[in-house]
Design a protein around this ligand. Structure first.
Ligand code: AMP
Length: 283
């Protein structure tokens, strides 16, 4: 497995791969790798010739009060994990290589980034889109792999790829969970032991919401208030949002019909903000 930091060297390597006509599978990450990331890499390994993983903690997707500085960077361990699933290439550019002084190009969308997480993280998705577009240009993947855990992110990226005529396929893979249902996340490392104990309340709330929908409950308000109680019963939690939305437009659904619903939530457990979601087909 090759580890490359410089953009120049990376471009050279990609050109050689392209020259040989090999397909590229790409898994963009911010490092602090876990089994969720590895499931994406394994799928890329099965489906494409060359697996490229990027590790880049993207400063412009963090708000001024957010955790960019503290974000975990266990680089050696990440390399070992990427190696364990036979990734071919790890690209880990320096911040100043991606954003040289004077950098001013930002990619944005008019609607989706303002929904759900965008309400409390206003510049987050434009930061994500900008870095992902840059990485797509550098990696030139045939397929890029994203996790459903960050549903809104994957939806926005798909829209960007479609609307900017980018020449690749996006695949979204299921959320990998701990045994108690907690969605794996690099930020779980922030949780204190007692917070970790209560953190599965997100999953329990989602599961309850899903059950209610499957039983025929049509009122989003009722479903959300049941979910809210489950979260509030866990100590030291603060709800950012709980929403039932259309999976394509992310607009609120008030009364459920026959169509698919995305249940999504963001909750602060202690000082750690966690997100999770479930896609539910009413019947
Ligand atoms: P991150 O390093 O958190 O930016 O995530 C990199 C990629 O891994 C994104 O596509 C995430 O959606 C995906 N990912 C993160 N957590 C999980 C998980 N628990 N299961 C599946 N994919 C995940």
């Amino acid at each position: 497995m090759k580890i490359i930091r410089s953009i120049r060297a990376f471009k050279k390597r990609i050109a050689a791969i392209k020259q040989r006509g090999l397909s590229i599978g790409f898994v963009p990450t911010m490092g602090a790798l876990h089994k969720g990331h590895l499931s994406l890499m394994r799928r890329a390994r099965r489906e494409t010739d060359i697996v490229v993983v990027s590790i880049f903690v993207n400063p412009i997707q963090f708000g001024p009060q957010e955790d960019f500085k503290q974000y975990p960077r266990p680089f050696r361990h990440d390399i070992t994990l990427a190696q364990s699933v036979n990734a071919d290439l790890v690209f880990c550019p320096a911040t100043r290589a991606i954003y040289p002084p004077g950098f001013q190009t930002i990619i944005n969308q008019s609607h989706l980034p303002a929904k759900l997480c965008g309400r409390s993280r206003p510049a987050h998705f434009q930061g994500v889109m900008t870095v992902v577009a840059k990485l797509f240009n550098l990696v030139q993947p045939d397929t890029a792999y994203f996790g459903q855990k960050d549903y809104q992110q994957a939806l926005i990226i798909k829209q960007m790829v479609r609307e900017l005529n980018m020449n690749l396929r996006i695949k979204t893979l299921p959320t990998v969970r701990e045994e108690d249902g907690l969605a794996m996340s690099s930020r779980n490392a922030y949780l204190k032991p007692e917070e970790r104990q209560y953190a599965p309340c997100l999953y329990r709330a989602l599961s309850r919401g899903k059950t209610l929908i499957k039983r025929g409950e049509k009122s989003a308000k009722k479903i959300i208030s049941t979910m809210r109680r489950i979260i509030q019963n866990a100590p030291n939690t603060r709800i950012d949002y709980i929403a039932l939305v259309d999976p394509e437009t992310l607009t609120d659904i008030k009364r459920l019909g026959q169509q698919k619903v995305l249940i999504a939530l963001a909750v602060h457990v202690g000082t750690t903000r966690l997100i999770d979601n479930m896609l539910v087909m009413p019947k």
